[in-house]
Design a binder for this molecule. Structure first.
Ligand code: FAD
Ligand code: NAP
Length: 302
């Protein structure tokens, strides 16, 4: 029986592990992949306080090592089912069951991919899913943003701080983004909207040089030249194993209060899987710390 079982070993789960262990709790992190979560796929991190630059895999290793030294246990496996009401909480990991007094859900979210030729090849070489992380690499350049929702419009405007021109490629003739964002974006002289347009291929040689697009109305294709492609077509929260528990909103994100508590006593959530306005390493880590302290208080009250 663990005090706390943490689902996911990204920055949210690792920070929760750190704070849990420092409160003398018996902590287990269950992770289906490598320690570090999405940080493992991020080459350059330049916005995590304390490091002007650090490689994602290096920051992952530092965070993981810190938890190991404090006695946090690690289990490789995927949580496929949960029994969260009452005591103990039970997690299904493969053919095994893990029991804990409290659970912290830190399973993250994954950006949706365009799934067109060139996307994988140029990831980190012009193709990005994070303007906050990579925008500064595109000073004075022409970048494309794909999508028509809040993220595409908001992140597109963020990119105008750096880029000379931001062309938003929208698959319909209207945006899905909230009206106030649309209004601001239409007033921004660096923003251009290319309507009824889908990306068929990302082009480049070593790095991105443009996109081949198709007009969805007349079917014509053309090549647009540019230096970067920011894909903002939605995210998938890693929360299918929570369906039916009542802790998810309509988009599949976990609803919490400011103490990271869900509607179920003893169940907390942290990081990108949460319904949250910002998805970054620093915010995920901070959530993890709060969740661990809330779990500690909950266990004390049992
Ligand atoms: P994640 O990092 O997604 O970790 C969740 C973990 O849970 C994963 O390891 C996953 O394998 C595991 N998991 C999921 N489901 C299960 C399950 N059922 N059972 C067991 N394990 C499970 N942020 C920055 O601050 N700076 C950057 O420079 C930056 N660059 C980025 C670049 C890219 C390409 C992307 C996609 C994101 C970037 N971000 C950056 C955002 C940042 O990586 C995330 O906000 C952060 O990793 C979220 O942390 P998390 O712990 O909530 O989730
Ligand atoms: P989203 O709301 O799901 O929007 C995705 C957008 O991408 C839609 O415009 C969609 O087109 C388009 N799209 C999907 N697949 C595509 C494809 N293959 N090619 C081209 N375009 C494609 O995702 P999001 O913008 O990331 O927002 C996610 C959630 O976070 C939303 O609830 C949003 O309100 C919230 N959010 C809020 C704020 C804020 O309040 N400031 C900021 C960011 C995000 P269609 O329009 O045709 O469906």
């Amino acid at each position: 029986m663990y005090d706390v079982a943490i689902i996911g070993g990204g920055p949210a789960g690792l920070a929760a592990g750190l704070y849990g262990a420092r409160s003398n709790l018996k902590v287990l992190i269950i992770e289906r992949g490598l320690p570090g979560g999405q940080m493992q796929n991020t080459l350059d991190i330049e916005n995590y306080p304390g490091f002007k630059h650090i490689l994602g895999p290096d920051l992952s290793a530092h965070m993981h090592q810190q938890t190991v030294e404090l006695g946090v246990e690690w289990k490789t496996g995927e949580v496929t089912g949960v029994q969260l009401e009452g005591q103990p909480k039970v997690l299904q990991v493969g053919s095994e069951e893990v029991q804990a007094k409290a659970v912290i859900i830190a399973s993250g979210a994954l950006p949706k991919y365009l799934e067109v030729p060139g996307e994988k090849e140029f990831q980190g070489r012009g193709v990005s899913y994070c303007a906050t992380c990579d925008g500064a690499f595109f000073k004075g350049k022409h970048v494309f943003v794909v999508g028509g929702g809040d993220s595409a419009v908001e992140e597109g405007m963020f990119l105008t701080q750096y880029a000379a021109k931001v062309s938003v490629l929208v698959r319909r003739d209207t945006l899905k983004a909230q009206p106030y964002l649309q209004e601001r974006a239409f007033k921004n002289p660096k923003m251009e909207f290319v309507w009824n347009t889908v990306v068929e291929e990302i082009l480049g040689e070593g790095k991105v040089t443009g996109v081949r697009v198709r007009n969805t109305v007349d079917g014509t294709t053309e090549v647009l030249e540019g230096d970067g492609v920011f894909v903002y077509i939605g995210f998938y929260p890693n929360s299918t194993f929570l369906q039916g528990t009542g802790v998810l909103n309509d988009s599949g994100y976990v609803i919490t209060d400011a103490k990271m508590a869900t509607a179920i006593p003893g169940v907390f959530a942290a990081g990108d899987v949460r319904d949250t306005p910002m998805r970054q390493i620093v915010t995920a880590s901070a959530d993890g710390a709060v969740a661990a302290m809330s779990a500690f208080e909950y266990i004390q009250s049992l």
